[in-house]
Design a protein around this ligand. Structure first.
Ligand code: GDG
Length: 481
């Protein structure tokens, strides 16, 4: 590996924010992948000559570090076995279900844990090599919870932040984790541990008392080595300016009109957009729609539903089972309530580019976001940001972190099917003025709480002076798809 650039600012995340492309003449190129996190952090990384440490997306040996759009990227390798055990196993079949209220049964395997530990050490060692003296290192998410403590051992001079994008579970659930002490101590290696909600931060602080006999006070706790650790909520958001700009382009407006025509100009379009994940409540939403059709409250083709279910974690069994269930249910509704050329549910198991997604948001009279548990849910925020005319309605689960920010949504308990049904009906039938008032208030809130606000809040808590985090990314942005 070439000599390290010794950056003063590092992001450490499971994935690098890039995709590898092969050009028609067989050459490899990298393209920045879309996403709020990279949009928020790229300006800081550029200005500080920062480095992003993460996996490149390909199995086996890692490419050499390289620079893209002003960011230094330092790829970490993962073997096929590590992908199975660290990523699909411990991260996505142990931690993911456990941290989401165990809505699916978490699986515990000792060899998954050993792989998680080994990979976390590799990330920590790479971060230690890349970090300059007194650097600031921001570690992201549940795949890397051991990195803060491992890195601190290697490099006591650096300041370490950790942000968890998913929920942090209550004590009773966390206690199931065979390696609970190591995970808790791993997180306590950070100076600031950030969560999506105040409840998650409280769960974490309570655990430090119960498992380690520490004495949390307010948002702070003194760790076993005498350092003070701050645990607070920093709700993540989206790049509102960019989302609005994409939604307002002629290409997107034209595409939206075309989509509506293709759907047969229904009076109401109901939309769901999710990764195909069992935490997202896709089954519950489709079931609610089926009952509304069978009760005669709604009818096709007056109303149609569009459900985008982006392929996700397809080698993990829970995800395969979910796909079978959802597709069976969609087939059943279309068999019972569809007509020739007009299905009741348009089910799309595909990924789309941001413009197509924005066009879908624009045609949605009612957006239904019903996760059983979700750290935040950016889809709900994206929908609101695309409603440039302040119309449309959002039905949102109380169990999404976003419910604390988008207070004027039609909030529902996704476990209560009748509540989901009546939330959908109320949203469809709400007077135009009521919908407008709600949407306007949510859009105003989002403008003041975008992803830059989030990054600035976290970095300020980590001790970066506020002026240093006031980077303007507007003239640096490029479209990535
Ligand atoms: C985790 C937490 C937290 C979806 N389909 C396509 C596509 N997407 C984009 C959406 C949105 C993102 O993916 C999904 O973000 P969510 O927040 O809804 O959910 P998770 O993936 O589970 O994210 C979550 C988040 O981290 C951030 O902290 O909010 O709670 O679980 O941006 O637009 N994007 C494109 N094509 C698609 O087909 N381009």
């Amino acid at each position: 590996m070439p000599e390290s650039a010794e950056s003063s600012f590092l992001v450490v995340a499971n994935r690098l924010p890039v995709d590898r492309l092969t050009t028609p003449d067989g050459e490899t190129r990298w393209r920045r992948s879309p996403g709020g996190l990279v949009t928020a952090l790229q300006p800081v990384l550029r200005a500080e000559a920062g480095t992003w440490v993460g996996w490149s997306g390909d199995e086996g040996a890692a490419p050499e570090p390289f620079t893209l759009d002003g960011m230094r990227l330092s790829p970490v390798s993962l073997t096929g076995e590590e992908l199975r055990d660290y990523y699909e196993g411990f991260s996505n079949a142990t931690l993911w279900p456990l941290y989401h209220d165990a809505v699916e049964q978490p699986a515990f395997h000792r060899h998954w844990w050993r792989s998680y530990e080994r990979v976390n050490r590799r990330f920590a060692e790479r971060a230690a090599e890349e970090a300059g003296r007194d650097a600031l290192v921001w570690v992201q998410d549940y795949q890397l919870q051991l990195v803060p403590a491992m890195l601190r051992k290697l490099r006591p001079d650096v300041r370490i932040g950790f942000f968890l994008h998913i929920p942090f579970p209550p004590t009773e659930l966390f206690m199931q984790l065979p390696n609970r002490l190591e995970v808790l101590r791993g997180l306590l290696g950070a100076d600031v541990v950030g969560f999506q909600s105040p409840g998650a931060a409280q769960n974490f602080l309570r655990l430090t008392r119960q498992l380690l006999d520490l004495r949390p006070r307010g948002h702070r706790v003194v760790a076993e080595d005498g350092r003070e650790v701050l645990a607070e909520s920093f709700p993540i958001s989206i790049d509102v300016t960019e989302t609005e700009a994409v939604a307002g382009t002629d290409v997107v407006k034209d595409r939206a009109a075309e989509l509506r025509r293709e759907l047969g100009e229904p009076r109401h379009v109901i939309l769901g957009v999710d990764r195909l994940d069992y935490t997202k409540g896709i089954e519950q939403r489709i079931k609610a729609f089926r009952e509304l059709l069978s009760d005669g409250e709604l009818s096709v083709p007056d109303v149609v539903m569009v459900q985008v279910a982006t392929p996700s974690r397809e080698r993990v069994e829970h995800y395969r089972a979910l796909r079978r269930t959802v597709e069976r249910e969609v087939g059943r509704i279309n068999g019972d309530y569809g007509r020739v050329g007009v299905p009741a549910v348009h089910y799309l198991h595909q990924s789309y580019n941001r413009r197509e997604l924005a066009a879908l948001y624009r045609i949605a009279d009612v957006m239904v976001v019903t996760p059983l548990r979700d750290g935040m849910n950016l889809v709900a925020k994206e929908y609101v940001a695309t409603r440039l005319e302040n119309d449309g309605a959002l039905v949102l689960s109380e169990f999404a972190g976003a419910a604390a920010d988008l207070r004027q949504a039609f909030l529902v308990n996704p476990h209560d099917l009748d509540a989901v049904k009546s939330g959908m009906l109320t949203a469809i039938r709400a007077p135009v003025e009521d919908r407008r008032r709600r949407m306007k208030a949510m859009r105003r809130y989002l403008r003041g709480h975008d992803v830059k606000h989030w990054a600035r809040g976290f970095l300020t808590a980590l001790g970066v002076p506020e002026t240093a985090t006031a980077y303007d990314s507007d003239n640096m942005r490029e479209t990535s798809d």
